[in-house]
Design a protein around this ligand. Sequence first.
Ligand SMILES: [Fe+2]
Length: 268
Amino acid sequence: MPDTHWPESLRGDYAIAGADYTVVQDMARYSAADHATWRLLAARQAALLPAHAARAYRDGLAALGAGDGVPDLAAARLADGWRLVAVPGLIPERAFFTHLAEKRFPVTVWIRRPAEIDYVVEPDIFHDFQGHVPLLTQPDFAAFLARYGAAGRDAPEAHLPMLARLYWHMVEFGLIAETGGLRAYGAGILSSAAETVHATTSTAPRRLHFDLARVLRSAYEIDQMQPTYFVIRDYAQLFQALDDLPRALDAALPTIPAGAADPSDKPF
Ligand SMILES: [Fe+2]
């Protein structure tokens, strides 16, 4: 993710990465325990997905067929020219944006240790793959992400915090209104059992109709469940909203603190 809130030291081996931060995913390096960790995480999420996850996410996950152990990134079949590349972990924003703009989604190669089943500080392959990759089979969402990447790659430094908010709220923690009810499609939600339930059913968080300017203004905190979620009606809405991105970034309206209300809010 394009996030400036990096842990002090990163776990991955960046010495073996290329200039674009990619590495080779060596499937032989995953142990039986690694595959067991994957299966445990996947099985726990599988029980929650029918009631809480977006249809496109569930369909995408089923099409990927990756429930049986740590997946081979080269085998994923994605929308419209997208493919996965292996990386050691979090990578710098510009490199990340460039990958997205060129329809490559960076996926961390290592998997969390058993003691980290419930929470891992850095995104691992379970978060990156199980959380993000299913939606990359959805053409409108994939088109949005490539267009977002191109905007970020070319953006002035001053715009990067707002672009990070757009990713955070709409890629990591997005909700969608479906005919069956409110569902989660964001990777940060769907790679966490607790947040999957919280985001879609708890009465505690604020839920707002998606509004680009509101999202760009909305600060976030990374170490707690989200106090505010934004709800889209379909994935094309995200792509279309990028028509207004240059103007919205230039407006540079005041930041709204994480979880705070604003007069512009459109409650869902
Ligand atoms: Fe993520």
